[in-house]
Design a protein around this ligand. Sequence first.
Ligand SMILES: [Zn+2]
Length: 263
Amino acid sequence: MRIKGAFEPAAEELDPDVYDHDDACPLCGTQRVQARDLTLDLRRVPKRGGFAQTLADERIVDQHVADLLADEEFTGVSLRPVHHRTATGDETIDPKRFPAGRELLARAEAEVIRPGSWRYFVWLNRPEQQELRDALHAQAAAEHGRRAARRPPPPPWYQLVPDGDRAQIAPTTLVGITPFADAAQNESSRCPQGHVAGLNLISELHLDAATYPAPDLVATEQLVGVRRGLLQPVPLLVMSPRLRGLLVEHGIKGWETEVAYLD
Ligand SMILES: [Zn+2]
């Protein structure tokens, strides 16, 4: 799958320590290890909703997609909260200390949702919890002797994190600089250690059937792209027909797919 368009700024521009590059490969510079949740300017995300990504390939989904992923029990994917660049104050509220927070936690427990899990954050942002959420904000603000935020925070987004086994890109796939580059030029965009398969996906994507895991979202083991400034090679993503069908059915925007093959 491919996510359409790209917005700025990238997470690293707002939070220089979001990635740890200490153990990166000296040849290709990959891969970054994410040290904490992304901070993004959520007012800059395309209004169409659905899927979006930054210039640095930070891939995020809106509440509608998050609800589908949580409710339909898709595999191979988890989500992480994304913080808006202007702190909303939510980050530091301990729900256990306030009546509305304790009620939220009890309600989550009754619905068998573990506080702190990604499913909890998706659940917390649903309309059913809005009243208690607002009450929690008001109670926390009152304690600090300040007024609750004048401007409501932007709608929530979540980072899309493929968390299953990874698939090997099969050697029949052409990854290189351009369709017209010769073999040596294409080779120059690869990492000799095998981390980066090349600069661009040129042919259709073939995956090694023997290593192909079966979850609904699969990331490739080899990365595609180049490390340059904020840019970073990233895995390609492949989704199951079931996930694709549901996204189409719900009119989710911001993504497109091409057929991938198992060799
Ligand atoms: Zn490398």
